[in-house]
Design a protein around this ligand. Structure first.
Ligand code: GUN
Length: 282
């Protein structure tokens, strides 16, 4: 049996159409400020994708490009500027930042009400306690993909490989909120396969090319690949050895065209929610 492919582009396109339809009904144009520090080509490409997608759904997007030698103080001042900017409802500082700047400090400087990345400790705490919060975009996007395919999480064993603040930790928390039983694995987990082969839902978010192969997967498991790696030949690949794992899984996400398009979509969704909350407050 070959797995059903969860087509992230299709899920994203449906959601983006819904976002677009709602944006035009609002009395304010949702505004997103994206701050890019330095000239990392991957970051630039992500940021350009976010800008293009924003425009397509009618969100105003303001890209602020800053040189890599900008001081931490200058960056914090820029965040401050957008915190109090009336036309901006979402602020995203593209990570990673140069080494002389504290990411933690910058994230904590973003107003939690404009933190559409869902990285601020206030939003993380709200998410953990099950309160209304901006949810981090990649984990949120993964939940939407499962919902789209009517894949239930209740009582399922979800195994997460990877414990980053952006993906691994929060996706486990969101699945726990959705009544899954959650196991976290990481680089120090011995005999990884003994855990991953118990997964009904396996989330590969280790950042290592084709690290998860068919020996790590239970027959019929749902496999979500968050990886975005380059092979030696320059080709994009995920954390999952796709060709072999797809013969064992029930559902699988491809790379590219899986989780990636969902991350940007949930950013647009969060920006729309932020603009709506702003309208409720005024
Ligand atoms: N760098 C890689 N992914 C992300 C993301 O989702 N948000 C931000 N701000 N930076 C990133």
């Amino acid at each position: 049996m070959t797995a059903t492919i969860i087509n992230g582009k299709e899920v994203a396109s449906n959601l983006r159409n819904e976002i677009k339809d709602e944006v035009i009904t609002l009395s304010v144009t949702p505004g997103l400020a994206v701050i890019l520090v330095g000239d990392n080509p991957a970051s630039r490409s992500y940021v350009k994708g976010k800008e293009k997608a924003s425009i397509e759904v009618g969100i105003y997007s303001e890209l602020k490009e800053l040189p890599s030698d900008i001081s931490e103080k200058e960056l914090l001042d820029m965040v401050e500027h957008y915190n109090s900017h009336p036309d901006i409802h979402g602020i995203l500082v593209q990570l990673p930042l140069p080494e002389h700047i504290s990411e933690k400090k910058v994230i904590e400087h973003i107003s939690p009400e404009k933190d559409v990345d869902g990285f601020h400790p206030v939003n993380i705490g709200r998410m953990m306690t099950g309160k209304d919060a901006f949810l981090p975009c990649t984990p949120f996007g993964i939940l939407q993909m499962l919902k789209y395919k009517n894949i239930s999480t209740e009582g399922k064993h979800a195994v997460i490989v990877g414990r980053s603040n952006i993906v691994g930790k929060p996706v486990g928390q969101l699945l726990l909120n959705e009544n899954a039983t959650v196991t976290y694995c990481h680089s120090k987990t011995p005999d990884l396969a003994s855990f991953t082969t118990q997964a009904d839902i396996l989330i590969a978010a280790a950042g290592r090319a084709e690290f998860i192969d068919e020996t790590h997967v239970k027959k019929g498991a749902v496999v979500i690949d968050v990886g975005m790696n380059r092979k030696e030949n320059g080709k994009l690949c995920g954390d999952v050895a796709y060709d072999n794992v797809k013969e064992k899984a029930s559902y699988i996400t491809p790379v590219p065209g899986g989780v990636g398009p969902m991350t940007i979509t949930m950013l647009l969704y969060n920006t729309l929610q932020s603009a709506k909350k702003h309208l409720e407050r005024v």
